[in-house]
Design a binder for this molecule. Structure first.
Ligand code: HEM
Length: 199
């Protein structure tokens, strides 16, 4: 039920972001792709630093450490020629989702884990359009590779187990929307707030 609510509440924001990202576009250049990887790094790096410091993990029974996306982004940026020094100097997003409760954390995780699903389609296109594989610059979008479906199912089971009653669920919906919005604003400033779902 919570997953249905999340999908419905965030659907317009997912569609808005997907329509702005040219990642499936056959005309997207390698340079433009690299520009997006830099921006995704600038969002995920500070977000995952915040996630790591949160106190809620033990009671949720979930290990995010092995799901971190920053190492995959780093791998891609290095494969495409960025130096470690250059990467450390990239701008980092300052307006991240608020993660002050377990519900807010779960809403944010829903968005970043769900993104691995679309990532499977994006990875196939990156190979066709830019000749990139997970080893040569497309590891971030490849997510967990062949395990992506199973890892999503495991995440959904954890989410359902921790979803609680309607109060925490409202926190979750708002946080999922805030995650889509902060990412959209970071990637495409100025970014309009889509209508629908939880504000
Ligand atoms: C070109 C960009 C994108 C494409 C083509 C795309 C495509 C998709 C597809 C095909 C699914 C699976 C839908 C299903 O099985 O029902 C999906 C799920 C999802 N995507 Fe994306 N996506 C893109 C970008 C993103 C981004 C940037 C995010 C967030 C950071 C995101 C978050 C999600 C979430 C949360 C789900 C799970 C929806 C659910 O089943 O509850 N997507 N996406």
């Amino acid at each position: 039920m919570i997953l249905k609510r999340l999908k419905e509440a965030t659907g317009s924001r997912h569609a808005a972001l997907e329509s702005r990202l040219p990642l499936l576009n056959p005309d997207m250049s390698r340079a433009r792709y690299l520009g997006f990887l830099r921006l995704f790094w600038g969002y995920y790096e500070p977000l995952e630093a915040q996630l790591r410091a949160l106190p809620y993990w033990n009671c949720m029974g979930f290990d995010y450490a092995e799901r971190r996306k920053t190492p995959r982004l780093l791998q891609d940026l290095r494969a495409l020629g960025e130096t470690p020094e250059a990467i450390q100097g990239f701008a980092r997003c300052q307006h991240l989702p608020t993660l002050a409760s377990p519900g807010q954390l779960l809403g944010c995780l829903y968005v970043i884990e769900g993104a691995t699903l679309g990532g499977q389609i994006i990875t196939r296109r990156l190979e066709v359009n830019l000749g990139l594989t997970p080893l040569t610059g497309a590891a971030f979008f490849d997510g967990y590779g062949a395990q992506t479906g199973d890892r999503w199912k495991a995440f959904c089971a954890m989410l359902r187990a921790n979803a609680g009653e309607s109060g925490p669920q409202d926190d979750m919906l708002a946080s999922a929307n805030q995650t889509f919005e902060t990412l959209g604003q970071w990637l495409f400033p100025p970014y309009p707030t889509p209508k629908g779902g939880t504000p």
